[in-house]
Write a protein that binds this ligand. Sequence first.
Ligand SMILES: *Cc1c(COP(=O)(O)O)cnc(C)c1O
Length: 395
Amino acid sequence: MTKNTRGTLMRPDTLPESASRPVITPLSPSVVYASDTPDMLDAQYEGALQGYTYSREGHPNADVVGRMIDRMEGAPQPGIVTSSGMSAVSAVLMGLLSTGDHVIGGNQLYGRSLRMMKEDLPRLGIATSLVDAGDVGKVAEVIRPETKLILIEVVSNPTLRVADIKGLAKLAADRNILLAVDNTFTTPRAFKPFDNGAHIVIHSVTKLLAGHSDVMLGYVAARSGELADRLRVFAITAGLTPSPFDCWLSERGMLSFDLRFDRAQETAMRLADHLAGLEGVARVIYPSRDDHPDRARAADLLGKRFCNMVSFELQGGREAANAFTRAAVGLAFAPTLGDVGTTLSHPASSSHRALSPAERQALGISEGFFRVSVGLEDPDTLYRVFADAVSAAQH
Ligand SMILES: *Cc1c(COP(=O)(O)O)cnc(C)c1O
């Protein structure tokens, strides 16, 4: 390690000598970075010298994670790491839009993104329209002269419908509108939005990328340097900065991301077929299955890797749903996704509880509907636990 030549009176002014370097990224919780002279600090602010100043403006652990995700996404400009997926969504919607603008969102976006569209943006004088991201015609219909941005997810939650990204990218390009894609479910392992016309890519790193349900982190990157700058400045001003420790944990999680994703999505695909063969299961949703309405589009956009999410509907309504979660021992009934362990979510009692029964019915979300985020368990053990719990729910 290099000798720290200018310490403080309070702290040690040298670090232990070492001719060798640590193999893993050091955790750097320092909020402030000391400069030698005002001239050097000036040069850093001007960008003539690379250096950290104050950690809200950037720190090594965020940059390490940011460059990892940049490479995975093929980001044309360095992305920004934020304190959560929602802070990345906030940076896009609040950092890029102004009063009088109009924004279009997919009508099956993540719950909090929907809420921001419905409650917060209108309060700031930004008009919003929510439409089916699988129907380019419907999206085109709601475009206005002041429409600035379209925000979509590739695979919707929890019904796993696939957005018409190619159609939307063409529409956005023709009409000079920004296309922002939240790639949390599909991840760059299955889909690369920048290669498919997106101007902005968003992640909840909390989910599959970090993968262990022990950090909250977000990421946003833009195609152009101008957009990337605006996002970065807004994130710094609004204080969306991530904690170094969360970045450090996420880096560790991301080292195994490709392996985890491939294994989980392979098991998910098989689990979908197993579930479809069980008595008591009314319906199974997985984008590669023959009965999925967007099968062709999923194959076109995602190739051979779909996602680790499977949704299914139990016969017997809420009563069967309660019996199922009680019997599904070892599977966490918890509102997250992308963990190393399989988790179950019940949209009618959680993510979609604010909708009326009629609205839920229109989306196909009944009281027996579950979304499964498949983890890394032994597949045969997992299939058996599901078969036993589905059977228990029918008695
Ligand atoms: C979880 C999630 C978010 C929000 O991310 P947080 O890290 O929980 O703030 C945004 N979009 C999608 C698709 C998500 O699943």
